[in-house]
Design a protein around this ligand. Structure first.
Ligand code: AMP
Length: 578
């Protein structure tokens, strides 16, 4: 496919905010691909502004300053002229479009992809000049429209608003003329987190490969999540005999072992391997199988007395620098709670809980870092309540209850796992992970920090967008306010982000990027919030007396935020409790 053709699709996609229209355009694009084997994966990554799936951590390493240099080099124009044009347009994509030469469009998607890849791969001494040189050369040989999108991809500013859900719908539409394949495609995607790979298999292999998609060592599996219920009674009524484990308050690790190579993915599938050297070593020492994939919760402990430390300390281990120093002060233990793959048994996600636990018993050897998360099988509400009370008394957040006959369901929040958390004096018993989409300047003393409260959203799993649920300011210290202002100003935007649905206009909009944890007294109906508001006359849901309890949840991405459906579930639980 010619890159110009793809750029024209980008132009059409950019012009719409309607998801259905986007789905139609994308499916038309997918149908028009010449060589599925070589192109479909690249086209999907590029549509999402990437070169590879997010978990591969590919970065171009080009700032706006370097982009400026590349455009100067490509156009031969004085730097002042480029600066003036950029100031007028506010976008280097438009700047390249207006100022670069009228070269005919001759490059294919593959040509451009390869060049982009070379730019991303350039590291070490001389890398900057190399990146600028290749990009300038590329811009010189492309049409203005092509240049515009190349520049935006490199700067991470393509932002066509194409979420994973839209790609999955469009793939189904392209192949089956309707959305009937969407469910199966999503299951496959949940098992590898790579839309390009799923699309390639869809278009080049028998559909059975999609239906029987197996997990792959090296490709993170989208994690299974826990649903909520409000009492031991409800849990036993829902799933009967079950296994109970402590709910550890640390961070989740999904670990892939391939011989001596260990990769650690976070809950939102970031590669965090380099942060946790002891988990890497522990995995090599304690996992008997050559290749394996398993999950656990990492917790910091006091090396002097072995005492497990609170989340606020554990989370300090998620850092890019001073890793060795922090490892000495706060070493980690990993409580292993699930297993997804082992060479001897293959993909074990379809096996029931007990079978997976038996496999874990065989594969995880005793040692210093990995420890199996203990579990107890219970049949009655009373037994469950006793374990819950004991866990809470011991300082735990609560328990995770697991259905005995269920497999590991990738990417889903369902009743295979149920969390029961200690309730906060009858307040909404679980906290909400809200996405920050804007802030208000605030009054009085707060005005001096330039930020007083936040506009928060939850994730609408149907559209992939965000719906407002609260304006929250309490719980924030002066330090928090200054920190937030610094962080949020880096992603502020002049207009409402395309994927945010809001009736409220904050003083400053910010791109949905950060998740904050909020405690509330209650979920109430509200006409001003869009969460759960299905038409103009219907009220949405809001948080009553929201308080920020964890400023920024670095381990969660906006895709892990609480969803509209969860809010409705909590609202129902609250009704039952009353
Ligand atoms: P939440 O993030 O509140 O939805 O709760 C689910 C999280 O609890 C998982 O993502 C894990 O990180 C964490 N967790 C702690 N202990 C366990 C356990 N024993 N089994 C499963 N998940 C656990």
């Amino acid at each position: 496919m010619k890159f110009e053709k793809l750029a024209k699709y980008f132009e059409r996609l950019e012009a719409t905010t309607k998801r259905l229209e986007m789905t139609d355009i994308l499916s038309e694009l997918f149908k028009s691909i010449d060589d599925y084997e070589k192109e479909v994966d690249k086209i999907i990554y590029l549509c999402q502004g990437q070169l590879l799936p997010v978990f591969k951590n590919v970065e171009f390493g080009m700032s706006e300053k370097l982009m400026h240099r590349a455009i100067v080099e490509a156009t031969g124009m004085p730097t002042d002229k480029i600066t003036a044009h950029f100031r007028k347009k506010g976008d280097y994509g438009e700047t390249a479009y207006d100022l670069c030469c009228l070269h005919p469009a001759t490059k294919t998607v593959k040509d451009v992809y390869e060049q982009l890849n070379t730019i991303a791969q350039a590291t070490g001494s001389g890398a900057v000049a190399k990146k600028v040189g290749i990009l300038a050369g590329l811009i010189r040989q492309t049409s203005p429209l092509e240049a515009k999108y190349i520049v935006r991809i490199i700067l991470g500013k393509l932002r066509l608003g194409i979420g994973d859900a839209t790609v999955l719908d469009s793939l189904s539409l392209a192949c089956a003329k309707n959305k009937s394949l969407r469910g199966k495609l999503e299951v496959a995607y949940n098992r590898c987190s790579d839309l390009g790979l799923v699309a390639k298999i869809l278009f080049t292999q028998d559909f059975r490969y999609i239906e029987n998609f197996k997990v792959i060592v090296g490709c993170p599996v989208r994690v299974a999540l826990a649903a909520r219920l409000s009492s031991p009674k409800e849990i036993i009524e829902k799933i009967g005999e079950c296994a109970v484990e402590t709910k550890y308050d640390g961070f989740r690790c999904q670990i892939h072992k391939d011989g001596d190579k260990v990769t650690i993915f976070s809950r939102n599938l970031e590669n965090t391997t380099h942060m946790f050297p002891e988990i890497q070593e522990g995995t090599v020492k304690q996992i008997s199988s050559k290749r394996a994939m398993f999950e656990g919760e990492a917790l910091a402990y006091n090396p002097d007395n072995g005492e497990i430390l609170p989340f606020q300390i554990t989370v300090q281990r998620k850092r890019k620098y001073d890793i060795v120093e922090m490892q000495k002060r706060f070493p980690l233990k990993l409580f292993v709670f699930d297993i997804l793959y082992v060479d001897e048994w293959g993909d074990v996600t379809g096996q029931p809980y007990r079978a997976r636990r038996e496999i874990m018993d065989k594969v995880v050897k005793p040692g210093e870092v990995l420890e199996l998360s203990p579990f107890k099988i219970v049949k009655t509400e009373k037994e469950l309540a006793e374990i819950f009370d004991k866990a809470v008394r011991a300082g735990s957040e609560g328990i995770v209850v697991k259905r005995l006959d269920a497999g590991y369901r990738a990417g889903g929040r369902n009743f295979n796992w149920i969390k029961l958390k200690r309730s906060y004096e009858d307040k909404v018993s679980d906290t909400i992970d809200g996405v920050i989409v804007g802030y208000f300047f605030g009054k009085g003393q707060r005005a001096s920090f330039g930020i007083g409260s936040l506009l928060l959203c939850v994730l609408d799993e149907k559209s992939g967008g965000f719906k407002t649920i609260a304006k929250a300011g309490s719980g924030l210290s002066e330090d928090d306010l200054s920190k937030l202002k610094r962080i949020l100003d880096k992603c502020k935007t002049a207009t409402k982000p395309k994927d945010v649905d809001s009736l409220i206009r904050p003083d400053v909009w910010v791109k949905p990027h950060y998740v904050t944890e909020v405690q509330a007294d209650e979920i109430t109906r509200s006409p001003i919030h869009t969460c759960g508001k299905t038409n103009k006359n219907m009220a949405g849901f809001a948080l009553r007396f929201p308080r920020i309890v964890k400023l920024i949840r670095t381990e969660k991405s906006v895709r892990d935020a609480t969803t509209v459906k969860e809010i409705i579930d909590i609202f129902k639980i609250q009704g039952r409790r009353k």
